[in-house]
Structures are given as structure tokens and as C-alpha cells.
Write a protein that binds this ligand. Sequence first.
Ligand code: FE2
Length: 397
Amino acid sequence: METTASAGWTFEELAGDPGTFYSGYFGKQPLLRRGALARRTEELLSVGRLDDLLAMETVPPAYLRVARNGQGVSSKAYTRVVRAGGAALSETVVPEQVYELFRSGATVTWNYLHHLLPSARRLVDTLAQSLGAPAEAVAFLTPAGHDGYAPHHDPVDVFVVQTSGTKHWRVWDRPEASRGDSATYTAEELGAPALQTTLHPGDVLYLPYGTPHAAAAGDQVSLHLSLTVERRRWRDLLAETVQQVLADEAFADSVRPDRDLDGPAHARMTALLCERLAAAAPAAPAPRPQGGTRPPREFQRLASLTGLTPAARLRRSPVPVELGRSDGGKTRLTAAGHTVAVPDAVAGALRLLEAGGSLPAGELFPGASEPRSLSAAASLTRLGVLEPVPATGGTPR
Ligand SMILES: [Fe+2]
């Protein structure tokens, strides 16, 4: 589906200057960034790419939602059960039935598009890491001139990226009295929108959680990607920090119900918890994106490594490396979930490369023969610690 590897995304591409975003908009008010992704919309998502996905005939029903006139359509209208020998094997989406619903004015929503599309996965990973919270990608394909969903708010922050056609958005101020995590509204109860705008391909609209909104397609088929990010509230962060502190053995004894619930023991343990909390580091922020620190396209990377020559120049990759202490001439090296022992001289060369620059593969192991140096270089390259310097120009790290 993707013929060329696309580069990663930056948080700045979506949100602009992070300082301005966090202080002025994050969790507070909508932000419209015209043309922010204008040069990369095709790379991110296109209508044709959704056709290709549907044509695979392997889309599980959970990935699609269909809504007409603001109401959900039962999945029975566009799925069938695959049978073998009389037994139901799985339920699958029937492309022609989805197209028929779309022709009749239904909006087709693709949940978890980052599970299916590498470009969406990369953008979602960037967002999740930057905001330190789980993120997802959902695509909305709306026929020309139709409404998507009735006015509502969502329990998440949303970055809307328009990728094809246009969509008209109405956005209202958050109601004074909270209506919970999600709610739908009538236009009457919301009154005049605070923002009315038409998004064109490449435009990005940020909506903080709880912001009521409604969208309708223009005179063409409209496709937009909603990147949703769960809120990480103080209560979430502190609950995680408390959990980390409570994992200590000091809190592992059984509670004696006849003595401990309101006596001095309870006061002592509460004081201990407060003391430990005051000294604790905050819980780790972002869940690591799937794949961790491994470079994308691992098969392709491994395939490109065959035939490493002594003259091939290698540099440190972005994969983090921990070098332990030297023991008996070997240094423990941990990277990408693996721990190996490397000769001290190789560890020394890696420390030099950490500062930048490159080395010929045949010189990675100072004092050793060229074949041994080459063998060490090949091992560390397979592990992802080293990478070949591109022949021309080079790609930014
Ligand atoms: Fe929404």
C-alpha cells in the first residue's frame, strides 16, 4: 500500500510551537492551523487508500462504523459471516454493502486506523509520546453535502486533519455545567457557535476534550482524520505514582482489622506513605509506542545489511544504549531489550561514536583483526545500535 518509506512526524507539525500550544490552547480552547500539514496530506491518508483497505476483504467489523442521518447503522447491514464446513469462522465487512450505504448518504468511520495504516501509526506514536498519553486515529469519510454526526462532545482531545474535500465545522464553547465524558446536543440548546469554519486539505483543528462540535461535508466527498488523545489528569498521574510507591515491601504486611483501621498503626503507615511520596519521582509519562525503540521497517533494514564491507562507515543509531561496567575485558551493553557483552575496546569506540561522527566497520574493534572488527560491527548493526551512513547526503537523525 505504501510504496516508499515516509519520514516520521513532529508534534510541531500538528500543534505549532509547543510553548504557545501548551500555554494558550491545550485543554483550554480550539486552535485552527491553516495548511499545517498541506504538503503531507497524501502521504498521511487518501480516499484511494481506504478503497485499498476495503478491497483486502479482511477488515474486521470493529474497525468500521456507519452512520446515516446522525444515527448508527447496524453492522449486520454491511457484514457477513464467513463459514467453512457449516461452522462460523469469522465476521467480515462486505465492501459492496459499505459502498451502497455510502452512496445513500452514510458517513463511514474507520476506527483504530493506526492499526491498519503505517502513516497513521507513525503520527499517532508521535502524538502519544509528545503528550504522554494513549492516542488513536479515526478517519471520517462523508459523502458530498452530508452531515457526519449530530452536535456532541468527546471525552478526549482531538486533532482534526482534513485530508480530502472540505468539511464545515461548528464549534461551541464548553457548557458551564459539565455533561460528563460524552454527550449529544441539539443546535437549539447550544445556541450560536463560537467558531464556524471550513477545513481544507492540510488544515488542522485542535479541539480540547469536552468541546461541542458538529461537522458536515462540502460539495465533495470529505475525508478527515481525527487524532484523539486521552486526557492525563492529575488524578491519573498521582494514582500511578502512588501505585509505584506502594509496590515497596514496606506496605506488604496484612492489615489487622481489630487494631489497624483507626489506631496508631494506620497513622504511622499514612505518614510513611506521605514521606515516600514526597521523595518519589513522578510516574513515567508516555506508554511506549508499539515497537518501542526498534526502527520501523525492520525486515527492510535487516535485508539492507547484508554484505557489510570493512570500508562501510557506521554511526550510532537513535536506539538508546546502556553501557555497563567493564568485567574481565568485556563490557555489558543493553539495547532494544537485549543485553550482550562486547570487548572493552568496542565499547570505547561506541562511546566515541555517541558524540557523533562515524567509523569504518573494519576499525570498530581497535587492536583486533579486520574480520573480527567486521564481525563485531555486523552484530551491533543487526542489533540496531549502529547504522550505515547513507551514501549521499544522509537522512536526518
Ligand atoms: Fe467528535
